[in-house]
Write a protein that binds this ligand. Sequence first.
Ligand SMILES: [Zn+2]
Length: 580
Amino acid sequence: MPSHFYFPFEKDFDHYSPKVLDGLSEYEKYQLSFHPERPKYLDYLTIFSSLEECLHSKEFGACLIQTHRALFKIDDENIPVMLIGQQSGPTSDYNTFQEIVTDPELIKSWNDGMPTPISYEKAIKAVKIANDEKRMIIIFVDTPGADPTEESEAGGIAWRIGGTIKALVEAEVPTISVIINRGCSGGAIALTGTDITLAMENSTYLVITPEACSSILYHDRHHANEAAEASQITSKEGLKHGIVDELVEEPNGPAHRFPQEAIRSLKTALGKNIKKLNELSPSEVLDRRVKRWSIMGQWEEGDKVKRRHRSRIPESNSNGYIKRHSGCRDENGRGVFDPVFRDHLMSQGFVCDTCGYRYVRLSAWDYIDMILDPGSFLEHDQTASVLDKDILNFPGYKEKLVLEREKTGLPTAMITGDGQIEGKAVIFCANDFGFLGGSFCMSTGEKIWRAAQIAIDKEVPMVIQAAGGGARMHAGCSSMVSIPKAQLAITLVERSGLPVITLITDPTLGGVAIGYGSRGIQLFESGAGNIGFSGKRVIEQYTGHSVSKGFQTTAWLAKYGHAKNIVKLSDIRDSIKEII
Ligand SMILES: [Zn+2]
């Protein structure tokens, strides 16, 4: 008799009826979506014929995204496809797993299902092959997130994920993604910026794990169920919010109990969707893609909330000095207490000469003042009315939005407008870390989309100043699904022959980094830190040890070849002028 894996809650009933499934808590549904016996990417390969693995590599991380050339048969036609699959573990067979679990090296090589930069490099190469060989791209999504380690940051994981999204929005062939199990965070959105997104009935699609969300909301990890409820993480809810196009039935019950039925069901659903996209010409594929992403996301068209200029540059005393930051120590560890000359500090990008501490994170208004000609910034009417919408009725979100607007003087984290640099017109998008951490959300995607259209219409270069952390958890997975939208908008500007310049400031992480921080001609603000995918705290918590000195600063990134153009704050305006 083969044995099986059971979650504690599965012992209360004999079989899964629709009623039993509905009665599970949100956290139990979450656990079910990555039940170790649910079919994985390699199990689904039986749907296809003439399989041929490509880009095989033994490097660490390579097994987490696997790629195959294959054929998909519809009627009498064999349609060439490129398969890109996240394989989250070695096997879905419980008995096989029991045998190999004793091999720690093998288990380690699966990295808890978290792809590394090498995994995404494979995906980018596979998209290129698909373009060259005219193969429709079919993607299988199954990951708890991208690898949160210093090694992956050094390998440029933010740029690899951003590059994967770019490759997919620019693909010359149709693209379909299927969330088969759990599709979590940037690790998943890397691969779901596609023409169609399907999801298995009992899968989940989420921006942050319920445990991590609980830590932020309730300051402990014990409210994961409430966090899962608030975030609406099931793919069924994703369908309701318009971020999943079609649910694929698991007709006899959850796929871990009825894997063959689930695989057959996906074959039918894929057949229908492949046929639909296969009938389109390449230009129709692009038109459809632009139309699809133009309406992605939800926001409110509100009254213009009052703008207030808010600077975070410290005021000096009458002699031009400001108080030195607390905790300053020289190289011998001695405390330093004397005040500092503000103008000197400004010329150093607000980085302490003595210890490298950064005094302030500038506001969006500060960047507007420093980069554009005085008084030239004029907010776009087309984006001014776009406000964040509380689509989940998320705890405390509405109140937070009111406070953040007051604090930053901004309508949303991003503000866009026309501006000039020495008389030359630019479209300027500024983002403020002070507005809910500058998190990427649906209004960001929509504002970049509209600003890009204005840039194209007026034939004017676009400058985007990046500052912010991850995708905004208060709007759940929908925030994250606006990331490919921003990327496609940037692609459309570049395709019309106009430069897009991104200014990377402190911090540029997660959703902001993979959304627009990894695009265009990138200028890195000298002395800035917190640039990459996972933040320092997340990495230290996961790995249990401290990151190295200078981690994620521009100098550290330059050492690994990720930051090429490092520019002093005072020179940014000139650098942009030179490019445009
Ligand atoms: Zn200092």
